[in-house]
Design a protein. Sequence first.
Length: 359
Amino acid sequence: MKLLAPSNRLRRTWWSDAVEAAGVSAYTVYNKTLLPVVFDSISEDCRHLKTAVQIWDVACERQIRIEGPDADALMQRLTPRDLERVKPGKCAYVPICDVNGGMLNDPVALQPRPGVWWISLADSDLALWVEGVAMGGGYDVSVSEPDVQILGLQGPLATELAAEVFGEETREIPFFGFLWLPFGDGEVLVARSGYSKQGGFEIYVPDAGLAMPLWDRLWAAGEQHDIRAGCPNAIERIEGGMLSYGNDMNRADTPFEAGLGRYVQRYDCIGGAALRAHTQVRQIVAIELSEAPPVCDREWALMDGDVQAGRVRSAAWSDEFQCGVAVGMVGMDWGPGDRLTCVTQDSEITAEIRERFWR
């Protein structure tokens, strides 16, 4: 694949200069924003993520802010997740669907203040959809995209580092919980969340003036913990079954097909009627590959003889598990233990459906 040409249409972040000084070797584009994807190598970045702590520039997780008297009502209209079950100080993983029940996004939503929602986006254009629903439904809200940028702190030593920088109370933040904590002349929202199974935090920074002081403070305190700049890692996230919107699922898939049926708790939402009537014919599964796959920059057919069982949507080689790890979407007629053939752009690889992901 050729290199991407930089332009003003690709948004840099408050930490892009620091990321480049730290040795980023490849970017992708996510929500029209630069997202680092490799520093040393994907395998070495993965090894380090599992043993120490990394600082991630994930400002590409852009925010949609919904504010006003009808903010709660609009937010509930957007998702089948029952938001009345989400307690104050908690984040919520919320599938957002179209009228046919197809996935438009799978963001994390939270209420940073009463009467305000932030939707922390996966990679898709959703802001105009939310604004259109608000206008068409007559909701008394304002919809905007605030410049709140996220810095991730991920890895088994992330809690130690967060406690040193923000205080011991960070140890008490529950999974998918958050606190506003003072930093410098302002405050940041610290959530125990992130796109890895190694544990860590996402720090929502609402002020550009806090951005580099925060990076520098974390970096200095993290030197004793072997801190490095890192990024979401394809190997680690597939091992853990962490799905990627646009790769493993898209608008053609329902939450049920994407393995997110437990979040379909209400039907008085956009797409609710379609979700209620839905009959599942496909499912997301873990796929073990017998050898290292090529770069998965397209879907690969999964064949059962002459019959196509499904497709691999993401794949990588795992040094830890010494096999190819993959995410596949297959028909309901196939299940754990079934052996298939994965047809890549380079070769055919023996594949087997697993009972569960590796983590």
